[in-house]
Design a protein around this ligand. Structure first.
Ligand SMILES: Nc1ncnc2c1ncn2[C@@H]1O[C@H](COP(=O)(O)OP(=O)(O)OP(=O)(O)O)[C@@H](O)[C@H]1O
Ligand SMILES: [Mg+2]
Length: 359
């Protein structure tokens, strides 16, 4: 028997002014699992979360927790009885309450029980020493950790987090993400985290649901989404891309970089070969002869360096290609800064490119 999801949404749709901003979205999250809703601004992430929280009503579809219906278009358990924890970017601490009072806010029970729970939660986020402090006495990151303790104190079955780290600076954000993740895993809640940052999704998620125009276009483990993206946009969401166009002739596409397989694509159809900058190989000119073709890397094509920049972990080199004047970007680990105007050769790693019918 398959395990029951902690959270399941089925065919959730929400329309504003006749436009479906959440369009037939279905999703499952298991206990102890972090699923990221990842997508560009306006794609319907927050609206989805608000329906699950119960502060927004769907036009159709249903929401289930541990196999029990909590909301459809006829039946609705009110938000405060759903045992769902919330952490939003603008979900500030109450400034007039102490840290302890903030964490105790959603708790029931005797004063002693509440105090014990507050101490446990503050221990988990390593802030016990601030128990009697005021929110304004804490740094942004510390406030965020108190907010996490407060959200988890009532032992929610589900945590909904909407861009909870976006107010923090980079270094602090990584640290808080890691703390948050370990506290959430301990709590065994099902977590649905909304973000528009692919790095955050890769770092936090067991499962990523890629959302676009109100729909989930692809869902899977970060590794699978990154390495088996469904379309060009899915590749582009995670990194810079290069696109090389060609036309299918007998299941193959002929390009300046050699032939590429285009399985299942009809004869005569235009295709786009999509390749990330780190998967191009740069080679020397050798007085115009370039490197030899190989089975794995295909045919080299020549370009001249437009510019090269050092980015810290890698160097980014932009080329103008001889064959059509298009710009191609390639990254190289460490320092590689050829002068503008220098001719070099590029090959495309066939095992790392994606071939899609042209959109
Ligand atoms: N109450 C509302 N009335 C009308 N339109 C709304 C309402 N709430 C949201 N929308 C629209 O629905 C779409 C999705 O909004 P939503 O807040 O879910 O996006 P999002 O994916 O969270 O974006 P962001 O990353 O910018 O937060 C947007 O176009 C927004 O303008
Ligand atoms: Mg939003």
């Amino acid at each position: 028997m398959a395990a029951t999801p902690r959270l399941e949404i089925r065919n959730l749709t929400r329309r504003f002014d006749g436009r479906a901003v959440v369009d037939d979205v279905s999703l499952q999250v298991m206990p102890g699992q972090v699923t990221c809703l990842l997508g560009p601004s306006g794609c319907g992430k927050s609206t989805t979360l608000r329906m699950i929280a119960g502060v927004e009503m769907q036009d159709s579809g249903s929401i289930w927790v541990d196999g029990e219906l909590i909301c459809d278009t006829h039946f609705r358990i009110p938000p405060e009885r759903r045992r769902i924890g919330l952490m939003f970017q603008d979900f500030a601490l109450f400034p007039h309450l102490s840290v302890a009072e903030n964490v105790a806010f959603g708790l029931t029970g005797s004063a002693g029980e509440k105090r014990a729970r507050v101490e446990t939660m503050l221990d988990r986020v390593n802030l016990r020493r601030f128990i009697d402090a005021w929110p304004h006495e804490l740094s942004g990151g510390e406030q965020q950790r108190v907010a996490l303790a407060r959200a988890l104190a009532p032992d929610p079955r589900i945590m909904l987090m909407d861009e909870p780290f976006s107010g923090l600076d980079n270094r602090l954000r990584d640290e808080i993400r890691d703390t948050t993740l370990s506290v959430l895993k301990d709590a065994d809640a099902a977590v649905l985290l909304v973000t528009h940052e692919p790095d955050e999704a890769m770092r936090m998620a067991d499962d990523i649901a890629l959302m676009r125009h109100g729909k989930i276009v692809q869902q899977g483990a970060p590794y699978n989404i990154y390495n088996a993206p469904k379309d060009k946009e899915a590749v582009a969401f995670f990194s810079d891309i290069n696109v090389i166009r060609g036309t299918v002739r007998g299941a193959l596409t002929e390009t300046p970089f050699g032939q590429f397989l285009a399985p299942g694509v009809p004869e005569g159809q235009e295709v786009e070969i999509v390749i990330r900058p780190q998967h191009l190989k740069i080679d020397f000119d050798r007085n115009g002869s370039g490197p030899l073709s190989t089975a794995q890397d295909g045919t080299p094509a020549r370009g001249v360096v437009v510019r090269a920049r050092f980015m810290g972990n890698e160097s980014l080199v932009e080329f103008r290609m001889d064959h059509d004047g298009s710009i191609i970007k390639a990254t190289v680990p460490n320092v590689f800064l050829p002068r503008p105007g220098k001719p070099l050769w590029l090959t495309i790693r066939r095992d790392r490119c994606f071939v899609f019918p042209a959109s």
